[in-house]
Design a protein around this ligand. Structure first.
Ligand code: ATP
Length: 521
């Protein structure tokens, strides 16, 4: 939360003046009460003058710019956040923008930090000084009473805070479970119909919705309990105060009014701490974005000679996938990675291309740590293709053009490597319309087209993850010839269980907890 102080600093002085004027009427009301009840004309006058001066001062300082600190700070935070978001999107950092709505709301709600903190702290402090003076004058315990109450409020809130965050987590967990189940059902509707499992899923979905509703109600219940705790203790203290008051009637009235305003400011602080705590995760996201947004970066080598995976470990949540994996890719031959399902091959590919961060270790390209570079920079030198490639509705030619807009180079490349031989059998040839994500092509044709598009991007490093699962043997052999030839000048890692692919490799690594060299030519 300390980062919040860095914004709108130039308005802090103004916020103090605003808050001071804001508190002054409390002194005026205390004097008025003392004067009216003690029937002292001078005090009535003094109170009236203070209230009038405070009102005039507030009007003069405010003049349409009330909450100057909050306004300045939130404007600066919005600006900094949106600029960082733009840099992340520009650098193709995954997830950029997905939390935009939540983060902007957090910044707006965070304005409470600027608008409430100073007035409430100043109000509590000033009221306390006044109260201490009054109780010295009257020999009463009225200054100690609120101390005890605030201590109890703090203890109660602390106890509730744990419960609140447990309930919040539970609610979020239920929400995620509900969302996942909804998306699964939506995606697999046809399969569910063929399994005749519709009613079962409907029942399961209904019970998950019910659990989510219960979790939400528990969150509301806990929030209500803490509000009752704060308010209950505040009003109880104000009600108990007359029992501790001694001395002249006017002094007692002044002490009572000051105590009431002190407790109201204290309650405001309690609400404030609640509000700011509930925004803490979102605000952390905002400051995380500001800290991690990519700065202007250096270029990565256009023709790297070595990619090194150095002592890398990978984990999901607290589950380790592998530890101490080291591997070097260099031009001069294909490197193949195999291993049992779930051993972490795709995870390793994702560490290299930057879509996941290693739990430990580093990935170096010609000695430069890739962690310093944005996803966009990494993607400019590392091309990745997985088993389910993404194609774009349009024709085969329009897709190829996306990967390489230069007509001459594209045609020369495809002719040189004799790629996409299946096009000869299509009546519309290159102008065949492939539909959304290439669904009018066969899975094998989709894979071939996606590989041709990847190779057309002409990156120095390629990561191929199970790209021939749907491709026939003859085409696989041909693709192996192409990739094998490219691996003389490029750094290529191919994840494959296929013995045919492994037979073409200069090095074959096996992953299974550790990475071991299994063979190669
Ligand atoms: N997003 C994820 N969240 C949590 N766990 C994951 C996630 N992705 C993968 N895992 C787990 O990490 C382990 C490694 O997965 P990974 O996909 O890297 O294996 P793989 O070797 O590529 O498997 P396959 O041969 O089936 O493609 C698996 O046990 C999997 O359950």
């Amino acid at each position: 939360m300390s980062q919040l102080f860095h914004y709108g600093k130039e308005q802090v002085g103004r916020a103090l003046v605003e808050s001071g004027w804001g508190w002054l009427p409390n002194l005026g009301w205390a004097l008025l009460a003392a004067g009216l009840i003690g029937q002292t004309r001078q005090l009535i006058w003094a109170g009236g003058v203070v209230v009038a001066c405070a009102a005039l001062g507030s009007w003069l300082t405010a003049r349409g710019h009330f909450h100057a600190w909050g306004l300045a700070a939130t404007a600066q935070l919005h600006g900094a956040y949106l600029a960082a978001l733009a840099r992340r999107a520009e650098a193709s950092v995954p997830d950029a923008g997905t939390t935009l709505q939540r983060d902007l709301t957090a910044i707006d709600k965070g304005a409470g930090f600027y608008n409430v903190l100073v007035p409430a702290v100043l109000g509590v402090g000033a009221s306390w000084v006044l109260l201490a003076g009054l109780s010295l004058w009257q020999h009463s315990l009225v200054a100690i009473l609120p101390l005890g109450c605030l201590a109890v409020v703090a203890i109660v809130l602390r106890a509730l805070a744990r419960r609140v965050s447990r309930r919040d987590r539970e609610c979020m967990h239920r929400f995620v479970a509900l969302g996942q189940s909804f998306l699964d059902t939506l995606g697999g509707l046809t399969m569910l119909v063929s399994y005749e499992a519709g009613p079962l899923f409907a029942q399961r979905f209904a019970s998950q919705s019910e659990r989510f509703r219960h979790a939400t109600m528990r969150v509301l219940q806990t929030q209500l309990t803490s509000l009752i705790a704060i308010n209950g203790l505040v009003y109880l203290t104000v009600l108990l105060a007359p029992l501790t008051l001694r001395g002249p009637l006017g002094g007692r009235a002044a002490a009572f009014v000051t105590l009431a305003t002190l407790m109201l400011n204290g309650r405001q602080l309690g609400y404030f701490s609640h509000g700011i705590k509930s925004q803490r995760p979102a605000l952390r996201g905002v400051f995380g974005m500001l800290e991690t947004a990519p700065r202007v970066e250096a270029d990565l080598p256009a023709h790297p000679q070595q990619l090194t995976v150095r002592d890398c470990a990978a984990a999901y949540a607290d589950r380790s996938v592998f530890k101490n994996v080291s591997l070097t890719l260099a031009p001069g031959g294909l490197t193949v990675l195999c291993g049992a399902n779930g051993s972490g091959k795709t995870t390793l590919v994702n560490l290299i291309n930057g879509s996941r961060e290693p739990a430990r270790g580093a990935i170096l390209l010609d000695g430069q740590d890739l962690a310093q570079f944005s996803a966009k920079k990494r993607a400019s030198v590392i091309g990745t293709l997985g088993p389910s490639p993404q194609l774009f509705s349009g024709t085969i030619a329009s897709n190829l053009k996306l990967a390489c807009p230069d007509d001459a180079r594209r045609k020369a490349f495809l002719a040189k490597w004799q790629l996409l031989a299946f096009i000869r059998d299509l009546p519309a040839g290159w102008n065949t319309v492939i539909g959304e994500n290439g669904r009018r092509l066969s899975p094998g044709q989709r894979q071939e087209l996606a590989l041709a598009m990847l190779l057309l991007t002409d990156k120095p490093v390629y990561l191929l993850d199970e790209i021939t699962t749907s491709v026939d043997r003859r085409t696989t052999k041909h693709l192996l010839d192409v990739v094998g030839a490219l691996s003389r000048s490029h750094l290529i890692l191919w994840v494959s269980h296929d013995p045919l692919v492994q037979a073409h490799a200069a090095k074959v690594y096996q992953l299974g907890g550790q990475l071991t060299l299994k063979g190669g030519r």
